[in-house]
Design a protein. Sequence first.
Length: 628
Amino acid sequence: MIKILDKHVADKIAAGEVIDRPVSIIKELLENSLDAEATSIAIEIKNGGKSYIRVTDNGCGIPADEVELAFRRHATSKITAAEDLDAIETLGFRGEALASICAVARVELITKTADSKMGRKVVIEGSEVLENSAIGCPDGTTITVRDLFFNVPARSKFLATDSAETRRIVDMVSRIALSYGDVKISLTSGSSKVFSTRGNGNILNNIISIYGSETGKDLIPVESSMSGFVLKGFVSSPSASAPSRNKQIFCVNGRIISSSVLEKALDEAYKEKLFHGRFPIAFLFLAMPPEKLDVNVHPTKKEVRFDDDHEVLDFVAKAVREALMAKDAVPQIREEGLKSLKAERKPEEKVIGKLYEKPDQGIQYDFSTIKREENTVSVAEERQDTLKKIAEESKEINVEINSANDTVDINSILTTMRQEVRASADIEISAPVRRPFDINNLRTIGTIFNTYILAADEDSFYLIDQHAAHERVFYERLLEQYNAEEKNRQTLLMPLNFNVSAQVASTEDIWLDKVSSMGYDIEFFGNNTYLVREIPAFMDLDEAETFLSDMFKELEDKPDLTNKKTLEKIITRSCKSAVKGGDRLDINEIDALIKDLKSCINPFSCPHGRPTFIRMTKYEIEKMFKRV
């Protein structure tokens, strides 16, 4: 027998589509606060959000006569007609969030608009309104959610531990906080503040506040625009990759999303720059015309659909690729700083203390009281130097120390430092300037260990791996030859003779034309033997012979060359004929190699992802020699 479900049952079923765990509630409430144009949002949770969630904002608030209506299903101020779905510019639009939350939890809402003298308090349990009364409160909205799934115990069984739910919440809130740099967002779990952003619009500051200075130090700025598309953000240099995609954060029109299109764009930009199994770090914020984007494709709005995937992919890949051409993308040798420096002191002169880092507070310093021994260098002077270095490293302030005292209360100094930092009103870490890297400015100096070429430009010193550089040159020339309509060949006086396995010979129809496209004139001679009468013009005889020998070995395992990616992989693995480490090059050969490298599309890495360049700035060298 078919019947209409009771409203309470229907509400609980519908709530399951939107609210599956505490992080879903916080996401919906946080997005509502942002849509309300809040500039400050405070989030508090207990027990991973299972027992208590409170979100407070200073947004526009809800008019008193619309408060109860806001908890009805499909009640929204964001859209009015079906046509509005074609160009959504808000984070929320379905009108399901509050209705779904109150169906499975105890909810209290306090809100006030700027033009109202009194606010309004509403208490709802399981979709039942228990209270609706006037209350004094500041402008904005506070929503408190208690006892999630109190009336659906079967669903609460599927929640994870408190710490696991907290991790999900921290991850989600931190991602949203990055996309809204001009909004102060704080997150507190129990009695501990997890993090707090400053709301000053500095994305890099927020990245460091949330993910730490280790993540922030190797980021390269990305900025590009094209026909309605604007991309801003940061990506890691190829030398600072990660083992997973956890630190790839994508924001499209203010909405944090998962996107295979943007992941592919990153992969394309970093192609041949990373080892297999390594991924770039990325914080990318894309703005685009809303009519080219469909955000109504996922119940929790985690995914979007682009009208033209290829247009977005090409735009983002090109922008990131251009950023990776900057000088700062070249792997850099750094002095590790205070954490790795071990001062050469006598045991009685040792400074006891440690340097540690907190996600929400940046670099911190914890010292015990330090005493000065007679007949030694003044510890106060050493301490003065140490604290100056600390201040310089953390971009904070210098502290004056009275050298007349035998002991110094470091805690009081740190208190002074914190007070002065707060008084200085949000010290900003400015984004690094993207400086283009012009390989033509390099001057070769010589080689060391018959492996590394030395070079320099105005402000940096470089080590160039001759094997990686030659692999890159060899790889690009071979692909260029393969893609060119006219093949540049050289005829051999005596043909090369190759005896291949029966398996390779039997798949001749798959690979023969492809090998010919690379610039080889190759033909079957009988008995699994092939003759090569012409080779690519840019190769010498040994290179051409080594390449084909290695390629035939690869073909025994992967005979399918119809797939371009497979072909490129085989070409990559067949670059063994390049100059090796340990091979002695004279000055003319060095100059020729660097000249060839300068003509490459991607001179920064070999086809396997290893860097061709290692850079050291003049400043880092001067630091090591204690000149600065």
